[in-house]
Design a protein around this ligand. Sequence first.
Ligand SMILES: C[S@@+](CC[C@H](N)C(=O)[O-])C[C@H]1O[C@@H](n2cnc3c(N)ncnc32)[C@H](O)[C@@H]1O
Length: 262
Amino acid sequence: MSSTDGTPGSPRPEGSESRSGAENEGGGPPTPEGAARPPRSKARAYKDFDWNTMDRIGQAAAFDAIGDRYDEAFPHKEGQIASGAWLAEQLPAGSHILDLGCGTGLPTARQLVEAGHQVTGIDLSPGMVKLAEANVPDAEFRRMDIYEVERYELGPFDGVAAYFSLLMLPRAEIPYALRMLHQQLREGAPMAMSMVEADVDDFTLPFLGNTIRVSGYLRDELRQVVHEGGFEIAGEDAYAYAPASTDVPPEIQLFLQCRRRP
Ligand SMILES: C[S@@+](CC[C@H](N)C(=O)[O-])C[C@H]1O[C@@H](n2cnc3c(N)ncnc32)[C@H](O)[C@@H]1O
């Protein structure tokens, strides 16, 4: 069910699968009566999260409107493809990989499927999920918010790809999301992730004719946040990236090759 009827600042995330009732047990914000209730999850990475701070208003709608223009605006993804190749090589064929905030499924879900893996992609935007399903029919996609992965017990996974998706969260939430991913993986499992290097928190950004909110870190702080989230950083690459679109500024993209710590 969609909760796009929420008002700015509402704790109800936009376009997410949701549960009913006021009780949430650390599993999510209260949602209207009558909504589907997901199964209870044993994992509780978001247990102490302050749901009153959660505001997804506009995030899914922006990506619905952007659609496959996203791939046109970001055409050369050498860094992401190299990172995806690293992830694919860490695991035996048939491994189950979560593509967090999968977007159109390109290039990552397709690359991982072509490498012989089983991919589950989740994304808040129904439009993105639809594109991903068309682009990568051999993967499974769910319209889902990042925080819902543990609630719906999608895992455990053998690996995670999180390319430019954690940056869609406010900084206060990113450690919770990382701990959630930590709980979805076994010790030593690989996680490939990317962020844009920027010292911003829930920053409003004009993006391909829409407005989104993004967060970022300078690289030392990013390393620290990822480490504290339960991952060691096995490798790192930085790319200067000039998108094809004129309203998206040039950026430094940071790709981290991580492993789940004990
Ligand atoms: C910058 S795009 C990156 C897409 C893809 N990972 C890639 O690298 O091409 C961010 C994606 O995250 C999705 N997203 C934003 N907020 C999300 C959330 N809270 N939960 C799940 N997906 C989210 C957006 O809909 C969008 O598809």
